[in-house]
Design a protein around this ligand. Structure first.
Ligand code: SF4
Length: 339
């Protein structure tokens, strides 16, 4: 049986072969799960539902029910409540903005598995297959696109330029084409995350300071300022709703894929599989220390590498968990001996 490669695994090997060994050979994953992706995951789940359910009056209610189910502690946990409010507001805004959709949805959360080939000979890899999952495949007019959801904090020209460098989606397009999908490009479905926060109201001290400052500006030396009360949930929901009614709250960007780009992607995948086989046969997993602090945070394996691979550190911080969690159905268990 061939082993499964995903974009994450390929990217991981390219960034740091040692990290690849930790994650994809030894299956080490941190015990403490970082939940920074939780919001993005909930919105992805909500969009999956939205694009799967029949377009009737119940669709948005089902999506909002799904969001409610993801935040069961919103009554007592302020952080959870804020994320819940934002997720609901995004999807209500999305439903209003795209009540009439510009494309027909062909597949949602489409998983695939395809052969990896040597680009020079066409021979298939005896060791690996490529697997992945795309958010959607849609038809706009006569053309077929991948649909890729993104939640973003802001929509700058830099952000849009970076979409062109999205190797993952180019890679997946290449393999989906191999499987017969006539994908010509990607529609990036960008949803902005509002930074609005629910107003908490003024404390006695804040109110007194503001009232005094206003009075000082007034010839009479007095102020009629009223204390600002906390914003109710309904008021905040209305403010979020207005924010998501703005044109820039949602954005669709179409990017077309050139043959050159796809050929390059195929070349890269093949090269990385060869480098991997070489690393494995020689037992050499290089540490790329310039990658230890990328993405503005330390690599999850930093304490382990710093300890010189001390088994006590390993056992305290990590558990053994199969990789490729993003794939629900692909054959993901790949014991080292099978590589
Ligand atoms: S800490 Fe640095 S060297 Fe170690 S796995 Fe992570 S990126 Fe590689």
């Amino acid at each position: 049986m061939k082993s499964v490669l995903t974009f994450s695994a390929i990217n991981c090997f390219r960034n740091c072969p040692r990290k690849f060994k930790h994650r994809y050979v030894d299956f080490l994953r941190p015990l403490e799960k970082v939940d920074t992706l939780a919001f993005g995951k909930v919105v992805h789940g909500a969009l999956e539902l939205w694009h799967t359910l029949p377009a009737d009056n119940h669709r948005l209610l089902a999506v909002l029910d799904f969001i409610d189910s993801k935040y069961p502690n919103r009554g007592t946990d302020a952080r959870e409540k804020a994320t819940w409010q934002l997720a609901r507001a995004i999807m209500i805004g999305y439903a209003e903005r795209y009540a009439q959709e510009e494309f027909e949805v062909l597949h949602v959360e489409k998983e695939f598995e395809a052969e990896i080939r040597n680009p020079d000979t066409g021979r298939t890899s005896q060791t690996f297959t490529m697997a992945g999952k795309v958010d959607g495949i849609v038809r706009a007019g006569d053309e077929v696109y991948l649909l890729e959801h993104k939640t973003a904090s802001s929509l700058t020209s830099d952000y849009l330029d970076r979409l062109w460098t999205d190797t993952q989606i180019a890679l997946y397009s290449f393999y989906l084409r191999q499987l017969g999908f006539r994908v010509i490009g990607i529609i990036y479905n960008v949803l902005l995350k509002s930074r609005l926060q629910q107003r908490g109201g003024e404390t006695d001290e804040e109110f007194e300071a503001r009232r005094t400052a206003l009075a000082a500006k007034n010839k009479s030396g007095k102020s009629t300022a009223q204390r600002q009360e906390p914003e109710s949930d309904e008021e905040f929901a209305a403010r979020l709703h207005d924010w998501y009614a703005r044109p820039e709250a949602f954005h669709r960007e179409r990017i077309y894929l050139s043959q050159d780009r796809l050929a390059m992607v195929q070349e890269e995948v093949w090269e990385i599989t060869q480098q991997y086989l070489d690393a494995r046969s020689r037992g050499k997993w290089l540490l790329n220390t310039s990658n230890c602090f990328s993405y503005q945070r330390p690599c999850e394996y930093l304490p382990y590498c710093q300890s010189g691979f001390n088994p006590v550190v390993r056992d305290n911080i990590f558990e053994v968990r199969p990789p490729h969690e993003e794939l629900a159905t692909a054959a993901t268990e790949t014991p080292e001996s099978e590589f």
